[in-house]
Design a binder for this molecule. Structure first.
Ligand SMILES: [Zn+2]
Length: 125
């Protein structure tokens, strides 16, 4: 059974909420416990921020890679990866035109080695 990406993101949020709740519950107790709790909450926040940053990096990479391979539906693939997460990324890696990408001699952007025309500037290789 595949777990939907948003569901996993939701469970992360629940985890953060649980951490915040335990922070509230610990108010009035000794300072060391409160400090430890804040450290834990900071870690959860950092973890979520890292996950979000990784997702954004993957989305940008997919958009650039799809464009370099001359795919018109780069935005569609970004949505697929956004909603399906790592599963969407695997689907993209299998569905994209295979082959090495090389820098275009005309504009410097990446293009498929096998493609005749550059998808960025239209120059023939
Ligand atoms: Zn070019």
């Amino acid at each position: 059974m595949r777990i939907p990406y948003l569901l996993r993101a939701g469970s992360l949020c629940a985890l953060a909420a649980a951490g915040a709740a335990s922070c509230l519950a610990q108010q009035g107790e000794d300072a060391a416990g409160t400090a430890g709790c804040f450290a834990c909450g900071g870690f959860v926040f950092f973890f979520i921020a890292a996950v979000v940053a990784l997702n954004v990096a993957i989305l940008i990479w997919v958009a650039r890679d799809a464009k370099a391979r001359g795919m018109d539906n780069a935005v569609l693939w970004m949505l697929v990866v956004f909603f399906l997460g790592i599963i969407g990324l695997v689907i993209y890696l299998l569905a994209r035109p295979q082959g090495n990408t090389i820098p275009c001699p005309n504009c410097g952007n990446k293009k498929l080695q096998a493609s005749v025309k550059c998808p960025h500037c239209g120059a023939g290789s």
